[in-house]
Write a protein that binds this ligand. Structure first.
Ligand SMILES: Cc1ncc(COP(=O)(O)O)c(C=O)c1O
Length: 393
């Protein structure tokens, strides 16, 4: 089989690597025009004009109130927990997420308790949460994985029943609307990431959407060392500020983010059309009552039907210069820092274990050409045909 796959690699290898994500850059001159005034004002950070303008414009664009900008999503998550005074006990979260999600719990002195996910959404399964609740449980930290909304109503009713806070890691969910409003308006706080790999970026950056003006006030103190004024520090804050250069970049990104989402929608539609009929490649259904952002395009690989396992497909695509990501593998519950936790036992997390072993995220970004998407799908089809052939020998 190796030699037939080599033939595919020889036939389909792309000249230049196609990465899984790539930022769409604003015109360079527009950026220099935007930042020129900073050379005169020399106001580079600490809640400058561009920072204030971006907070306002993002609130309008996203349809939220009480948004605070941050230097990255991780610090925003850390502050979200601090702002809700969650700095001990246990928090129930998902193992199927990026490292930052459990790490912010650890950094806040909280023990992560991993709960299994739903096979349809790969988000926390509400039906599995209550078995983990005890007198130490403080909150649920859920992730809208790939920007697909969690079952927010079910999570909220569990939280209400047990007096828990709900925090959403919405790093992937920029612009997503659920049941007619921004998905960021659910729960006690939601956090976005504006990392360079995200569909909306400020290079590094993030935002916290608080639940009230008073909550935002607390968040804003906490992200600025807890400083209230020149002579008063009211609490143990941190430096979570976004600078003016990044805010300028973010303002320009906001001008084109609708086109970015639209382009990704076309790319997703083409992936759907071309991959749906390939045996062993399962696609995720569009989430109901959702205006999606098409931030990611995950598939699940079934080795028995496809002919090659997920790792094999990932490796052959890489040799074809197509860079996919096993996003999220390994599970957070497998990290050495968490693997000894009782909730990390694989038998506690069968759905997450299965998803992590089979998931693969395809390249998707606004400037990815449809011909390239077509070519990626053709390679996957050819790999299936070759692998399937040798399997049936
Ligand atoms: C689910 C999730 N949570 C948190 C983060 C952390 O965000 P940041 O890189 O902006 O710190 C990321 C991404 O990077 C993420 O994918």
């Amino acid at each position: 089989m190796r030699s037939s796959l080599q033939t595919i690699i020889g036939k389909y290898r792309l000249e230049e690597p196609v990465f899984v994500a790539r930022p769409t850059m604003p015109p360079f001159d527009r950026f220099t025009e935007r930042v020129r005034p900073l050379w005169e004002s020399r106001w580079l950070t600490n809640q400058g004009c561009l920072h204030g303008e971006l907070e306002k414009r993002l609130e309008e664009y996203l349809g939220v109130e009480n948004l605070s900008l941050f230097c990255n999503g991780t610090i925003a998550l850390l502050v979200a927990l601090q702002s809700l005074r969650i700095h001990n006990g246990e928090v129930i979260t998902t193992p199927f997420t990026f490292a930052a999600t459990p790490h912010v719990l650890h950094w806040n002195g909280v023990t992560p308790v991993f709960s299994d996910i739903d096979p349809q959404t790969l988000n926390l399964d509400p039906g599995r949460i209550e078995q983990h609740i005890n007198s130490n449980t403080r909150a649920i930290l859920a992730v809208h994985v790939y920007g697909r909304p969690c079952d927010v109503d079910a999570l909220q009713s569990i939280a209400d029943r047990h007096g828990l806070a709900v925090i959403y890691d919405a790093a992937h969910a920029f612009g997503v609307r659920y049941k007619g409003k921004s998905v960021l308006t659910y729960g006690d706080a939601s956090v976005l990431s504006f990392h360079a790999t995200k569909l909306y970026t400020t290079m590094e950056g993030g935002a916290l959407v608080a639940s009230s003006a008073r909550h935002k006030e607390r968040v804003d103190f906490l992200k600025n060392f807890g400083i209230a004024d020149e002579e008063m520090v009211i609490g143990p804050g941190i430096n979570g500020k976004l600078n003016e250069m990044q805010a300028a970049f973010g303002l320009l990104q906001l001008e084109t983010v609708d086109i970015e989402i639209e382009n990704r929608g076309e790319i997703s539609a083409l992936y759907r059309e071309r991959l749906a009929s390939i045996p062993g490649i399962s696609l995720f259904a569009q989430p109901p009552e959702t205006l999606p952002n098409n931030a990611y395009f995950p598939v699940l690989v079934d080795e028995g039907k496809f002919g090659l396992c997920r790792d094999g497909l990932h490796a052959v695509l890489r040799e074809c210069n197509i860079i996919t990501r096993k996003y999220f593998h390994p599970l957070c519950s497998h990290y050495p820092c968490y693997s000894a936790l009782p909730s990390s036992r694989p038998e506690n997390l069968p759905v997450a274990e299965d998803a992590a072993a089979r998931v693969l995220c395809m390249p998707i970004y606004g400037t990815l050409q449809l011909e390239t998407v077509d070519r990626i799908c053709a390679v996957i089809e050819a790999i299936h045909k070759e692998s399937g052939k040798s399997q049936s020998l």
